[in-house]
Design a protein around this ligand. Structure first.
Ligand code: AMP
Length: 387
């Protein structure tokens, strides 16, 4: 069995975003050092709290080798990167990459991801992979309208996807034009009752630990709120969702954290997506669980035993750049939001405000999930108060 990487070692994180930032906080709490490879950007949310920020492209041989040399284990906070060079240099230097290259490659491509999920026994929506306009027409004829068309690679937060209600819309939405350049995934529209996710950690010895089920609401395809336990999912279905996520993390032989996003239709589950890292829908675990998703991920990749993941009732609400824009550049009313002492504000240190950009989140825990959600939503509303 692999030896644990003890505190004092360095965790190398690929990606400089907020997930890396929150991973760094946990790594530091356990006495690890952190190196971040940003892909080129300087002064990133993750890099600002890491011990070393390597602000270089993922195909910059010298910089990637430096990042590998700094690291005792390499992990990912963002999987949509070119993995080949990094994986090869890490392998030559004997630095473990967790989750592994094959897991990351599968998660980068919706077609491969679907095939991996099917092999794991997971139910998925009916879909077709298409590369030409003729194949798109055939897929639409097979699946029936409406359909959702998704970029095969590098789509996230609903970016790179369109819903087609009529065949003509394919031309209007530029789908056919995009088709000339890349493969697409076409899938049926799932009439879901709820969207949920399960974040589950798996250690190097195969041990698993989950945080229960998160119920998620997306607005404009971006996660807006998460609550746990779910408010509209029967316990039996929630139990099945945890079992399914655990089966998938085992099938993938993944070490680290896996988020499995699912649709609930009645008593049935359909897996939409997986993310091989901590996830936005698991942010509430920072306050709700004794070991958060970030703590579990660090423990898992370093070969330490996993912690207790179960959650008390909690709610997370997202803070997007739109809030700052709506206030015409004024700062949100932080003191007003924090006037409730149970409100936890997390900000990611991003200076550039853009609509749809995740700037931070608020979490509340309480005796019931309904109360936690009300408090978190009320705190977000208070941010708009002008003094
Ligand atoms: P994704 O980028 O696949 O995570 O999709 C973002 C969001 O779009 C999901 O969380 C759903 O709200 C919605 N969505 C994606 N695929 C489907 C589908 N096949 N049917 C209905 N809604 C979908």
């Amino acid at each position: 069995m692999d030896r644990p990487i003890g505190p004092g070692g360095t965790v190398g994180i690929v990606g400089g975003g907020q997930l890396g930032r929150m991973l760094s906080f946990e790594a530091h709490r356990l006495g690890y050092r952190v190196a971040v490879l940003t892909g080129g950007a300087k002064d990133t949310p993750g890099g600002r709290v890491a011990d070393v920020e390597v602000a270089a492209a993922y195909d910059d041989d010298l910089a990637v080798q430096r990042f590998v040399d700094l690291s005792d284990v390499i992990t990912w906070e963002f999987e949509n990167v070119e993995v080949r060079l990094l994986a090869e240099l890490a392998s030559q230097s004997g630095v473990p990459v967790r989750p592994s290259r094959s897991v990351i490659t599968a998660a980068q491509d919706r077609g491969r991801e679907r095939r991996a999920l099917i092999a794991a026994g997971a139910p998925v929506a009916a879909f077709r992979e298409v590369a030409t306009a003729t194949e798109l027409d055939r897929a639409v004829a097979d699946l029936g309208l409406p359909v959702i068309v998704k970029r095969m690679r590098f789509g996230y937060d609903g970016r790179g996807q369109v819903r087609l209600a009529t065949a003509d819309e394919a031309a209007v939405c530029g789908v056919v034009e995009v088709l000339g350049r890349e493969r697409l995934l076409v899938e049926e529209v799932v009439p879901f009752d709820a969207e949920i996710s399960v974040v589950v950690a798996r250690g190097i010895n195969g041990e698993t630990a989950h945080h229960g089920v998160m119920e998620n609401v997306h607005v404009n395809r971006i996660l807006d709120t998460t609550v746990t336990p779910p408010m509209s999912v029967p316990p039996r279905v929630a139990g099945a969702a945890v079992d399914l996520a655990t089966a998938i993390v085992r099938h993938l032989d993944l070490v680290g954290m896996l988020c499995v996003e699912m649709f609930v239709i009645g008593d049935s589950l359909i897996v939409n997506e997986i993310a091989p890292r901590p996830h936005n829908s698991g942010h509430c675990t920072i306050e709700a669980a004794s070991t958060s998703q970030f703590g579990q991920h660090i423990r898992a990749i370093c070969g330490l035993p996993l912690g207790e993941g179960s959650c008390r009732p909690a709610a997370m609400v997202q803070l997007l750049g739109d809030l700052w824009n709506d206030l015409s550049g004024c700062q949100p009313a932080w003191s007003e939001a924090m006037s409730d002492p149970g409100v936890h504000v997390h900000l990611y240190g991003k200076e550039e405000v853009r609509p749809g950009r995740k700037m931070g989140h608020i979490t509340c825990t309480d005796t019931t999930v309904e109360r936690a959600l009300q408090r978190a939503l009320a705190a977000r509303r208070r941010l708009r108060r002008q003094s």
